[in-house]
Write a protein that binds this ligand. Structure first.
Ligand SMILES: Nc1ncnc2c1ncn2[C@@H]1O[C@H](COP(=O)(O)OP(=O)(O)OP(=O)(O)O)[C@@H](O)[C@H]1O
Ligand SMILES: [Mg+2]
Length: 246
């Protein structure tokens, strides 16, 4: 059942960064609810990936709290959090099919995972996801023989098969031509709308990100602020950003 509006990710008074360094971002207040896509933009090196990795529990907050698919008294279910890392994290010498089915195994029993024993449902979901990202003819191809954009689509298919409650997508639209990016955006929208997935997506392109996200935040200095709070004098027309810049 899709429970729209349920918070899947909540930062409260969070300070984000690395122990021993000055915090990258302070006072983070952000919620991502089931069924919505939230965008995050900001210049290179400002802390977008660090924020996503903090949401995923891979980095601890320096202060304040982050609740991700859990509350103070409950833990996240196995496979509830899906991450499409900026560097993709694919098994390079394995096939597209192998990489995508790993997403299904994120929710499987420990026995199934240990012996890589996907069932029929997982295999069907894998085939459908590979088809959805337009790579059916590459299913048996080794990932290290694919282009950068094709590899990005493999990482997206892997996250689709996992079907997480919260998807954290770090520049998943990079290296894609405008038409393929549009198809991936449609997929993300349908994951949010039809499956109630909460999605936080990092995109360098502030024009594009506002076309498909319900809300957009930007990182400025050490603050996370709604995109609309950008000062009016920072360019009265569309920002000079190429469609596929990443
Ligand atoms: N493990 C680490 N330890 C200390 N500092 C780090 C670590 N990883 C990243 N940083 C620093 O944190 C800052 C933010 O990096 P981050 O990767 O979050 O930026 P970003 O906004 O995602 O940039 P880009 O758009 O280029 O991907 C950078 O100055 C980086 O050098
Ligand atoms: Mg990054």
């Amino acid at each position: 059942m899709v429970v729209e509006g349920l918070p899947r990710l909540r930062f409260s008074k969070a300070s984000i960064g690395f122990v021993g360094d000055t915090p990258l971002i302070v006072d983070v207040e952000m919620t991502v609810n089931a069924g919505e896509i939230v965008g995050l933009t900001g210049r290179s090196g400002i802390g977008k990936t660090t924020l996503l990795r903090t949401a995923a529990g891979l980095i601890s907050t320096l202060s304040g709290t982050v609740e991700c698919c859990c509350t103070e008294s409950t833990r996240a279910e196995r496979g509830a959090i899906g991450l499409i890392p900026q560097r993709l994290g694919l098994v390079q010498h394995q096939s597209v099919g192998y990489n995508v089915i790993l997403g299904a195994l994120a929710k499987a029993s420990l026995l199934q995972t240990a012996f890589s024993l996907p069932n029929r449902v997982m295999r069907d979901a894998t085939r459908d996801a590979i088809e959805a990202v337009g790579l059916s003819d590459k299913t048996l191809e080794s990932v290290n023989r694919l282009s950068g954009g094709q590899q990005r689509r493999v990482a997206i298919a892997r996250a689709m098969v996992q079907n997480p409650q919260l998807l954290l997508a770090d520049e998943c639209l990079g290296e894609l031509d405008a038409e393929t990016a549009r198809e991936i955006i449609d997929l993300l929208r349908s994951l949010a709308r039809d499956h109630g997935m909460a999605i936080l997506v990092v995109d360098h392109n502030p024009v594009r990100v506002r076309t498909f996200c319900d809300r957009v935040f930007q990182l400025r200095g050490h603050s996370l602020i709604p995109f609309d709070e950008e000062p009016a004098d920072r360019g009265s027309t569309l920002p000079l950003v190429k469609e596929d810049s990443a």
